[in-house]
Design a protein around this ligand. Structure first.
Ligand SMILES: [Zn+2]
Length: 223
């Protein structure tokens, strides 16, 4: 069941190691089927190199497994909490991607330092304060600190969550977030080494890029 979504979620999971967003078996992607309200998610502790589409677990929004032999990701409660509480999302990714996690370790948001971040996110990437992973603590921290229209958030001392209409779009946010964090870290280091101030974009300049990227004209028609 849910073959198309299963394939998309599997491909997005496999893209995590390809894009150096995960180490070991950490990280997970899920997708929501809006018609049935069922979620497809990565199983717990399976190596990416051994992960097959049929290994993915299907569950309802309360966490009851309806298909699959393996245990779902330990992060499943956070995914389900977000699907239940964030309108319009159909794909979620959680990683500890290293550059974004460095900012999270300092509990620092990532200011808009380049056009790519302005294009994709249209604002600084917010950071939720540290919480443990018990009960709904992570889901609640995300809900309280995410910014409308921004598909990514850092989790203090932990990692990142991205969420968007589809798993594929959530993957794009995860990849672009890591790029933004990597270039920000490098530029901050250069700034200190060269004694040259690194200044973020103004809100007005950021919105110009964001509107142009999201308002048509970018990419191929009908995509
Ligand atoms: Zn985690």
């Amino acid at each position: 069941m849910l073959e198309k979504l299963r394939q998309e979620v599997w491909e997005a999971n496999m893209s995590l190691p390809e894009n150096d967003l995960v180490v070991g078996t950490t990280g997970n992607v899920s997708g929501l089927d809006r018609d049935s309200n069922l979620v497809v998610i990565k199983p717990s502790g399976v190596k990416y190199s051994e992960l097959k589409p049929e290994d993915l677990v299907v569950l309802d929004l309360e966490g009851k497994v309806v298909e699959g032999k393996l245990k779902p990701s330990v992060d499943t409660p956070h995914h389900l909490y977000l699907y239940r509480n964030l309108k319009g999302i159909g794909g979620i990714i959680h990683t500890h991607s290293p550059y974004a996690t460095m900012f999270a370790m300092l509990e620092r948001s990532i200011p808009v330092y380049n056009t790519t971040q302005a294009d994709i996110f249209g604002r600084e990437i917010p950071c939720a304060p540290y919480v443990d992973n018990q009960a709904d603590h992570i889901g609640k921290a995300i809900l309280k600190n995410y910014k409308e229209g921004c598909p990514a958030i850092l989790l203090g001392k932990h990692g990142v969550f991205t969420f968007d209409e589809t798993p594929t779009r959530a993957l794009r946010a995860a990849v672009m977030l890591e790029y933004a964090a990597k270039t920000a870290k490098g530029a901050l280091e250069l700034s200190a080494a060269l004694g040259k101030e690194l200044t973020p974009f103004s809100e007005e300049e950021t919105q110009k890029w964001y509107a142009r990227h999201h308002g048509g004209g970018y990419g191929q028609e009908g995509k």
